[in-house]
Ligand binder design. Structure first.
Ligand code: APR
Ligand code: PHB
Length: 390
């Protein structure tokens, strides 16, 4: 087979890029290791920054998001038994975020790719990226006993943190920067009315908690747990009881509980790989960087990668201009690091760390006091949360 762009990974990054390029007449093939059912069964976060919502519309995939998603102009931080609201709209100069599940967004992207005859190949095994430093790279994968070869101009590594693309870059070229946190988030999805119309991020000495939602009848809650805990350690009853302890009393009193329909634990990790380009291979999204979920930045730091790559590839094919491709890695990384900084800052401010010294706890308290006493600090939080410009 032959295509202009071979995209490894059929998550939101790969599908979005494929869709945008298709609308500009650029041919792509997407290779996905899992089945579609598997990809659409993964529960992921649910906050989209303004810029990502715009990209969905540009990709002609925004209709259901605009109908079913919720615009949020603020959220709460619970601390010291009280709720303080962050007015995103006021402090970001009129911006907001879209609450719409990433799983639904991925479904919309798959449907758009189907509608336009896009080529997305599932269940590919043993993907190998070859000759990326030459002008004629190719990708191979195994389909049963058969090895299939795809010749292309460029390879996009959008295959997430555990993908093959980043590992294709030689060790003497790739630099990896990582911070592991000794905690995880235990998440529960339940068919209950959300406790609050806007998200609540709670700092508590028992550990962090988050009240989020997918719709007015579907709630998503998280509590911080030790990394050694497993899902089996947490019955629904134990989860709800612990969540209530970490919320202000009046919030806990109105919390509607019910059976969990999904329960999982995710470790918190910060990670960046540099450079994001090696020859004709370009990394995008989770393949190159991971943030802890506290600032709702995961998909959003992928969004700018996709935006830059999309424009760079369109300039290459339509104008013969390679400046965007040449500058991609540096430009993408500059914004990636800002999302890293913000996610790290939110994480450090709101969690309880097992080895935390009293000095650090005092700093956390001061950080919150400063935040709610300074218009400038609120402005900084708001502009990062709604998303820095691409
Ligand atoms: N070959 C083909 N596909 C692969 C391979 C491989 N070797 N390895 C992984 N994949 C697929 C995975 O099955 C997955 O569907 O690549 C896809 C990568 O998707 P994501 O992990 O969702 O990454 P990305 O599209 O960059 O989306 C970023 O996802 O994890 C969240 O917080 C993150 O919101 C962010 C978003
Ligand atoms: C979620 O709804 O899953 C969610 C929301 C905000 C976050 C992280 C996760 O910061």
């Amino acid at each position: 087979m032959k295509t202009q762009i071979c995209i490894i990974g059929g998550g939101p990054s790969g599908l979005m890029l494929s869709q945008l390029l298709h609308l500009k007449g650029i041919d792509t093939i997407v290779l996905e290791r899992q089945s579609r059912e598997y990809v659409l069964g993964r529960i992921r976060a649910g906050v989209l920054e303004h810029g990502f919502a715009e990209l969905m519309r540009e990709a002609q995939c925004g209709e259901r998001m605009d109908r079913e998603g919720e615009i949020h102009e603020g959220f709460f931080i619970a601390h010291d038994g009280k709720l303080d609201r962050i007015d995103l709209h006021e402090h970001s100069g009129g911006s907001s975020v879209m609450v719409y599940g990433q799983t639904e967004l991925t479904r919309d992207l798959y449907e758009a790719r189907d509608r336009m005859g896009g080529k997305v190949i599932h269940n590919v095994e043993d993907v190998k990226i070859n000759d990326v430093t030459s002008a004629a790279p190719f990708v191979t994968y195994r389909d049963g006993d058969e090895v299939v070869r795809i010749d292309c101009d460029y390879v996009i590594g959008a295959d997430g943190f555990h993908g093959v693309s980043r590992k294709t870059i030689p060790a003497d070229v790739l630099r990896e920067h990582e911070r592991l946190y000794p905690i995880g988030w235990l998440g529960v999805l339940s068919r209950t009315k959300p406790v609050s119309p806007e998200l609540i991020y709670a700092r508590h000495e028992r550990g962090f908690a988050l009240c989020s939602l997918r719709s007015q009848v579907l709630s998503r809650y998280y509590i911080q747990v030790p990394l050694t805990d497993t899902v089996e350690d947490w019955s629904d009853e134990a989860f709800w009881a612990e969540l209530k302890k970490r919320l202000p009393e009046e919030v806990a009193a109105r919390l509607e509980t019910g059976p969990s329909i999904e329960k999982s634990i995710a470790p918190l990790r910060s990670f960046v790989a540099e450079p994001m380009r090696y020859g004709n291979l370009f990394l995008a999204g989770d393949a190159a960087h991971i943030v802890p979920p506290t600032g709702a930045r995961g998909l959003n730091s992928a969004a700018s990668d996709i935006y830059y790559l999309y424009h760079a590839l369109v300039d290459h094919y339509q104008k013969g201009d390679d400046a965007g491709l040449e500058g991609y890695s540096a430009k993408a990384l500059a914004r990636v690091w800002k999302a890293q900084r913000f996610s790290w800052w939110m994480t450090m401010m709101l969690h309880t760390f097992p080895d935390g010294i009293s000095y650090d706890r005092k700093l956390q308290e001061t950080e919150l006091q400063y935040l709610f006493s300074s218009e400038k600090a609120l402005g900084s939080l708001a502009e990062n949360y709604v998303g820095l410009p691409f």
